[in-house]
Design a protein around this ligand. Structure first.
Ligand code: NAD
Ligand code: TYD
Length: 340
């Protein structure tokens, strides 16, 4: 089987490429990535050693480039990770989120139709369901929870999901969608909560916790997310949506304190800053469908997963230091100006 993985130079896409190359020695993997600020070719270094892997730099929203790529590569399956993925950036500049996340998805699906791709898999997010109240721990997102988005990011992902379902119903596009909770693990860009806090704590810088720090996220190790997508593209039912989550709910404050403890840093580094506009309170996935229908179960629990992840960032300082020393610094100043 030949897989085309979009956004493979980012956090989850790169982990997925490593997973596929390792678990399926009979398959080949083609990666297409625009290498935006979030794409890091260095991450894919180990994949480049493998002759079953190839890379193309292109924009998924560029119709001509996608047509040429599909014509040349003839993929059997397309897994779409490519996206603008950071909520805070979508508050500052929504336009690119609509362009990449919605129009890019449409261009890819048109190419899938034209070149008879057997499966288009859309990597979506639990954020399409909006949020849950903090005082109702009995409530979870299921695949039938209505879409109710809060940020331009989640609205763009929900729009893409609707479009993918419309292409299935109208054109018979063979598709699946997965909606996953917050991922953590190796190679996450240090603008997201966990790597941001690790890198700042190590430098003894203040840790900007939004609002009261009581918002809850449902954390899943990226390896378990990749394993779930692998199952869906091989055994999932065409036209179906699958929620992915491992029942690992933590408040942001709990996550930050876990990091400080492991790094032996003081909680006085915690600095409460102005809340994110429209900040979702709680995400919590009910993974019953994928568990019962496809036999998926997470391998990691949060405590061991976090321990390993923090150690990974300690062992791979040059990877994230290179990022932080570049354009990211300017971004940080802009994003947090007037907030502290
Ligand atoms: P990321 O920001 O780390 O990586 C995104 C990648 O897409 C980058 O390599 C970037 O260069 C590439 N890209 C961006 N625009 C592109 C374009 N126009 N054409 C081609 N490539 C482009 O994101 P991530 O955290 O790895 O997320 C991957 C996917 O998973 C996204 O679709 C996201 O919505 C979804 N998701 C993420 C999480 C999470 O916790 N990170 C949770 C659920 C779902
Ligand atoms: P993030 O990693 O941006 O993921 P998402 O917004 O998609 O869930 O943020 C995770 C949580 O951490 C979210 O509730 C916002 C919060 N947060 C902070 O408190 N401070 C920060 O500097 C960042 C980046 C996030």
């Amino acid at each position: 089987m030949k897989l085309l993985v979009t956004g493979g130079a980012g956090f989850i896409g790169s982990n997925f490429i490593f997973y596929e190359l390792e678990q399926h020695p009979e398959d080949t993997v083609v990666c297409v990535d625009l290498l935006t600020y979030a794409g890091n070719l260095e991450t894919l270094e180990p994949a480049f050693q493998n002759e079953r892997f190839s890379f193309h730099k292109a924009d998924i929203a560029d119709r001509q480039a996608m047509d040429e790529l599909f014509e040349a590569e003839c993929p059997d399956v397309v897994v779409n990770f490519a996206a603008e993925s950071h909520v805070d950036r979508s508050v500052t500049d929504p336009g690119i989120f609509l362009q990449t996340n919605i129009l890019g998805t449409q261009v890819l699906m048109d190419a899938c139709r034209k070149y008879n791709v057997q499966r288009f898999h859309q990597v979506s997010t639990d954020e399409v369901y909006g949020d849950l109240p903090l005082d109702r721990p009995d409530l979870f997102f299921t695949e039938t929870t209505p879409l109710h988005t809060s940020s331009p990011y989640s609205a763009s992902k929900a729009s893409a999901d609707l479009l993918v379902q419309a292409y299935h119903r109208t054109f018979g596009l063979p598709m699946t969608i997965s909606r996953c909770s917050n991922n953590y693990g190796p190679y996450q860009f240090p603008e997201k909560l966990i790597p941001l806090m690790i890198s700042r704590a190590l430098a003894n810088q203040s840790l900007p916790v939004y609002g009261t720090g009581e918002n809850v996220r449902d954390w899943l190790h990226v390896y378990d997310h990749c394993a779930a997508i692998d199952l869906i593209i091989r055994h999932g039912k065409e036209g179906e949506i699958y929620n992915i989550g491992g029942h690992n709910e933590r408040t942001n404050l709990e996550v930050v304190k876990t990091i400080l403890r492991q790094l032996d840093r003081s909680e006085t580094l915690i600095h409460y800053v102005t809340d994110r506009p429209g900040h979702d309170r709680r995400y919590a996935i009910d993974p019953a469908k994928i568990t019962e229908q496809l036999g998926w179960k997470p391998k990691y629990n949060f405590d061991t997963g976090m321990k390993e992840t923090i150690q990974w960032y300690l062992d791979h300082k040059p990877w994230w230091e290179n990022i932080i020393s570049g354009a990211y610094q300017e971004y940080y100043e802009k994003m947090y100006a007037g907030r502290e």
